[in-house]
Every structure is written in structure tokens, then in C-alpha cells.
Design a protein. Sequence first.
Length: 466
Amino acid sequence: MSTIIKGGTLVTESDSFKADVVINGGIIAAIGRNFTPDPGTEVVDARGKFVMPGGIDAHVHFQLPFCGTVSSDDFENGTKAAACGGVTTIIDYAIQVKGRPVMEAVENRRAEAEGKVCIDYSLHAGMTDWNEKSPRDMERLVEYGIPTIKMFMIYKAQGWMADDYMLYSALEETAKCGAMIELHAESVFVMEGLIERYHKDYRRLGAWGHALSRPSFVEEEAVQRAIKWAEVTGGRVYIVHMSAGASANAVKAGQERGVNVYAETCPQYLLLDESVFKRKDGHLYATCPQIKKKEDSARLWQGVINGDVSLITTDTCTFNKKQKARWGGDFTKIPYGLPGVENMVPLMYTYGVGKKRFSLNRFVQLVSANPARLHGLYPRKGTLNIGSDADLVVFDPGSKFTIRPGRLQTNCDWSPYDGWKLTGYPAMTFSRGRLVARSGKFVGTVGAGKFVARAPWGSIEGRIKR
Ligand SMILES: [Zn+2]
């Protein structure tokens, strides 16, 4: 069961150099030159290609019941799509049903994933209750291998919302037990008021009503408030799917004061802008938070380049055209979400490295090393170390790929990037040493992925690299 990947250029967040990689038992066993392979060793020719640690998408929602339907990529097809796009680990969510134990949500979600996942996965735990038992629940999650707790500042009706005191109390606990709050930050009262205001005119506004009702300050204000609670408690907060330029300013200011605040953004916030909502099919692009203005994208790119944004994720929550059609012209009824995991790595390569916005090493840091480090997976994943899991991508920088929904593994019948031309695409994806995708086609084994317990904050070497 050994493989040698020969002749490629190894790329990590810090180095690029020519070397061969020997994989044994799913682990990187050796890195060097001029190995003589044992008989029976599979030899992979990586000449002219990059060999990089597999992408890590720390924000996906497979088979999520949401907005009256269920997201159409399940754990099986979603992880197949991930593998095709050079992603070797995904982190999904287990959201507590209010009044029920959070651990029950974790076990239920694991039961849904087991036997279906084709690459390794982990879960964030969504806590929707806070009472005298909750600090112990958080500790238990950390011990279990789930050091990231999702909280929402919105979704009152779904019973998911954390009010400010709950968030404050949870942040106090994170400082004690090595956990981090992953936060959906939007300002609930103003947002709901604006939704109600624009809903009066929904027939005329169409999908544009979605953009009008959630201006950038709706996110920015919530981000500022969360940073304040993190600052006074000494807790750790991580802003998911950051979509507004002003939020990046707030994160930067917080980081400069020494607050433990981190942020992810997603390709849709970098590559698209709110003009999509004026298109005939604008409702397809509705996601939450929604895609903002050109100047927001520009500020987010700046953050991706200079470190205010630590990593890229996708917030994949796939709804096909038929599901999206449920809106019937009412922007408040659109199933919110976009496909994404399959194109994250190549999009960031083409528009980041290809457009000379950042280096090849920063690219690996954004899609692999930093997601691993922030989520307690590093250095088991996110790098090419001897002893690390052999989760790697042989990336062909010269390969041309035009995005067409029919060419992708995702169950989505449309793509936000339909017709976009990419240069650079994963040629091969390995998950713990097994070939799982070749030239965008899944060739792995259904159910071979494993749940990965993650390490608490503070137990791993090195903080986030800016
Ligand atoms: Zn999400």
C-alpha cells in the first residue's frame, strides 16, 4: 500500500521545492529525491504539477433542512464534489434543537454522514441554548474533538438565535476550555425591520429586495458588537462568511487591539457583486448574508491579501433551480444558499495566484494551512509533513477548465460561475493516500471518509499566520 508521487513541485504555506513524496499506510512517510521505489509501489508522475496539501472547506451544509427544503448535495455527493475540486476535508454543522442536548445533534449528524462521506470530515456544534449546564456541554464538545461552537445572531424564528448575553456568556467559557465561537453576525432587529419594510413592495422589487434589506452595516454592526464581547471576556470569536468591507475594517481594528477575532470569507463575496440580484435569475444567487457591493469585494480581497481575512471557505448549501423556484417572486421565501465546495480551490488559484493578487504559498495558506490551524487539524492536515495524513492534491497549473454545471459533480443544475474560464485545476486528489478524484471525476470509495477529532485551541503549535 505505498505510493510515490514523483517529480512534482511541493507547495506548502511556506515553501515551494521539487521533491518526491512517499505515502505509506495513508500517511506521508518520506519527502526527498531519488528514492528507489519498492516493487509494487504505485508511481504517480507529477512532473510539471504542484503537489499541495488538500483543500479544507471549514464551512459546508450538506443535506441541510433549510427554508422548507433540504440542500441537494448530501454527504455522499457533497464530499464527492469536494474531492473532485481538490478538497480533502470538510467541516459541516450539527445544530442543537432548542431544549435537546447538543451532543444528540452531534450524534445524529454523524449518523447521517457515516457510510456516505468520501473524504474526512468534522462537525462544528451549534449551541442554541444557554443555561447552567452549557459550560460543561462546551467542555464536553472540546473533549470530544469539536472545539468550534456555532452561534447565530439571527434566526429568531428557527430557535437558533443567541442573544447578546448568551454570546457573552459563551465567549467567557471559550477562554477557559480552548473553544472558539464561530459566529453568524448580522444585526437582527434592524435586518428584520428592513425585511418587513421592503417586503411590502416585494412584487416590484423581486430578488433585489434581498439586497436592499441587508445592507453592509447590518453585518458590520453585529461584527463590532461581537468583537466587543470577545474583547471584554478574553474569548475567541470567528466570523463566518464575512461579506462586508466594513466588517473587515472592524476585524482588523480588533486584531490590532489584541482581540482574538478571526474571519473567513467565501468566493462568492470576492468574485460576485449585488448586481446579480438584478438579473432575471437573480433569485438563484440569494444566500445569507447576501452578496454585497463591488467596493465590499475590493476590501475583502485586500483583507485576503494582507491577513485581515484568515481563510477561504464556501458556505456550500446547494439548492437547484426547482428548489429556488419555491420563492414565487417573494424574496423572503428564497432557499438561501449556493453551491461552492467543488470550485473553491481552482477559483482561488485562478483569481488569486493567476491574477497575481497573492503568492502560491499564500494560496495554500488560505485554502489549507490556515483552515487547519484555526480548526485544530494542523499539522495532521494542512501541510506536507512527514507523519501528516496523505491528503494531497496534484494540481495542474496549466490545465484549462470552463465551469459548466453539467461538468461538475455537484447535484446543482446551475452555477454562479457558469461559463467562467479557469486556468489551473486539480489533476488528482488523494485522501489518506487513496486516489479519490482524477481530472474532476470521482474515483474513490463511498463511505471511506472518517470523522476527525480536532484539537482544542492552545494545544497546537503556532497561532494563525497572517
Ligand atoms: Zn453557513
